[in-house]
Design a protein around this ligand. Structure first.
Ligand code: URA
Length: 227
């Protein structure tokens, strides 16, 4: 049995525990770009470019099991039945504002996808998510949702977003982030065990301000150059 007597050991155990609903995208390209993004001296433009590239790679993983349909097409030589996805059924839901940093990369892979926005900010004292904006495409009950937010930290924003989106009865919901930690995974898995999580890494822990360690700092500030 693993030693979980200290917080560090418990976090390490959580990171290595196999949970089929948590997908760590450990492709070398993803890991390489993430390392460059973590560096404190990466410029805003570098950070944004890497996030865009990384989001494209994450999109491959999260769309791996998307439903497909057969269509008949004409090649220059003959007609054939071939498979296509219905991108319009997919909705990327960005948790504002940092989620917007992932959108462009995702849309470059599925340009027909619809986009929704959830505005949530973290109350600095309670770290709880407070909603200030919510705009979705119509007919959400026909759609597959991919929620995007670079950091799954306390899990409060992710849980609030999923709570709200489930009221629209979508076909499915997935959650994509770049970085998370054992605390964030535990919170989202406990509140919404049916929502798979896709991440590039599971870091060591949260600090007392709700930041991921070692992490990459404040994702919104680094994407938008606001600090
Ligand atoms: N949000 C961030 O931007 N960074 C963290 O480390 C945690 C939450």
């Amino acid at each position: 049995m693993s030693d979980t007597s200290s917080p560090k050991a418990a976090a390490a155990a959580a990171r290595t525990r196999v949970d089929p609903m948590v997908h760590v995208v450990d492709h070398p390209l993803v890991q390489h770009k993430l390392t460059l993004m973590r560096k404190k001296d990466a410029s805003t433009s570098t950070f944004r470019r890497l996030l865009n590239e990384l989001a494209t790679l994450m999109a491959y993983e999260v769309t791996r099991d998307m439903p497909m349909q057969d269509v008949t097409i004409e090649t220059p030589l003959e007609s054939m039945t071939a498979r296509v996805i219905d991108g319009k059924k997919l909705v990327f839901v960005s948790i504002l504002r940092a989620g917007n940093g992932i959108l462009e990369g995702m849309l470059s892979v599925v340009p027909g996808a619809r986009v929704g926005h959830v505005g949530l900010y973290r109350d600095p004292d309670t770290l709880m998510a407070v909603e200030y904006y919510f705009k979705m495409p119509q007919n959400m009950e026909e759609r597959d949702i991919v929620i995007v937010d670079p950091m799954l930290a306390t899990g409060n924003s992710a849980i609030a977003a999923v709570d709200r989106l489930k009221k629209l009865h979508p076909r499915s919901i997935k959650f994509v982030c770049l970085l998370t930690c054992p605390e964030g995974i535990a919170a989202l898995r406990a509140a919404h065990p049916d929502v798979p999580i896709y991440t590039a890494a599971i870091d060591r822990q949260l600090n007392e301000h709700g930041y991921i360690l070692p992490g990459l700092g404040d994702a919104g500030d680094r994407i938008f150059g606001t600090k």
